[in-house]
Design a protein around this ligand. Structure first.
Ligand SMILES: C[S@@+](CC[C@H](N)C(=O)[O-])C[C@H]1O[C@@H](n2cnc3c(N)ncnc32)[C@H](O)[C@@H]1O
Length: 318
């Protein structure tokens, strides 16, 4: 077993393959794994479809190195690119690829990132306040906590953490940093816990939402995803398919809105016939969001929050 096999079980793997299969099971087909991680989904796709070429993107150099090793045996069927996935088109241009038959987004942090205590993603282990998925980028959670105003902290805790106690937490952090710099996750957990009424502490870990919000801010996750989904769908050939696995409601909502708006007619209400230019570009492949099967959720806790959405390009806008 490779290191990657040991540390990550791909979420909803069979369903992902099943949804992509009609589009990618042909010689010369190209699939983009926009969130390569440790290459779990990618490896299975390459094994299952021998005529498939895979482009794997990731912003985390460590993930690329591990996946690169794991996928070495597929030779020139694999192209890996270190990039943030909103640079989707540039990555394909660089490889001379005009359109693709399949796209997968398996969003969020990888178990590798969560397991590396020193990267500071976890509120349950003491570590420096880092939270960068790309260790070569500048913004860390420590800098956010040190440099953002109280209003900005309040906004990110509320918008990205959906945290009702955002004003209280922002105020405590600003008061604390006035005398002691915040450098460790344990320090942040202590401040949040002390600021949380006991009744609320019983409903899950009080720092969970603040950590999620910081991670989203540090990695600009929602802004990047908002640009990436249209860019990705744009590169889909007619008949090409996209599958997205989201683990938190903000990301899922964004994906849902985009896919819904492009899979319905844009004809103004009341027109007797739909003009071709108003016809939808996408067809939804699953009703609403699909959850992981119960058996998978029992075996793999990472699969519990997942929401899968998928669509097929049925027409290209003129
Ligand atoms: C959940 S993991 C993917 C796991 C992968 N499907 C597997 O089976 O091994 C998500 C990966 O996406 C990467 N990622 C997250 N946001 C990204 C972005 N904006 N651009 C590029 N990669 C990103 C993370 O670095 C992480 O490695």
């Amino acid at each position: 077993m490779t290191e990657a096999n040991e540390i990550h079980t791909p979420v909803m793997l069979e369903r992902t393959i099943e949804l992509l299969a009609p589009a990618i099971d042909e010689p010369g087909a190209v699939v983009v794994d926009a969130t390569l991680g440790m290459g779990g989904h990618s490896e299975a796709l390459l094994e299952r479809f021998p005529g498939l070429t895979l482009v794997g993107l990731d912003r985390d150099p460590e993930a690329l190195a591990i996946a690169g090793k794991r996928l070495e045996r597929f030779g020139d069927r694999v192209h890996l690119v270190h990039t943030v996935y909103d640079e989707f088109e540039e990555a394909l241009d660089g490889l001379g690829i005009a359109e693709v038959q399949g796209i997968l987004f398996d969003l969020g942090v990888s178990s590798l990132q969560l397991d590396r205590v020193e990267r500071g993603f976890s509120y349950s282990k003491d570590a420096p306040l880092d939270m960068r998925m790309d260790s070569t980028s500048d913004l860390t959670a420590e800098r956010v906590l040190a440099e953002y105003s109280e209003a900005e902290l309040r906004r990110i805790f509320r918008d990205y953490g959906e945290e009702r106690l955002a004003p209280r937490y922002a105020q405590r952090i600003v008061a604390e940093r006035a005398h002691t710099p915040l450098t460790s996750s344990a320090q942040l957990v202590r401040i949040i816990t002390e600021a949380t009424p006991v009744a609320i502490q019983r409903k899950g870990h009080p720092a969970k939402r603040v950590f999620q919000a910081l991670r989203i801010e540090v990695n600009q996750e929602l802004a990047v995803l908002e640009r990436a989904i249209p860019a990705a769908v744009d590169s889909l050939a007619v008949g090409g398919r996209i599958v997205v696995l989201a683990y938190q409601s903000l990301e899922d909502r964004l994906v849902k809105r985009y896919l819904a708006s492009h899979s319905t007619s844009s004809a103004p209400a009341g027109l007797p016939v739909e003009l071709p230019e108003h016809a939808p570009e996408l067809r939804l492949l699953v009703r609403g969001a699909e959850l992981a099967p119960e058996q998978e959720r029992d075996l793999n806790p990472r699969a519990i929050p997942v929401r899968l959405r998928a669509a097929e390009r049925i027409r290209r806008a003129a």
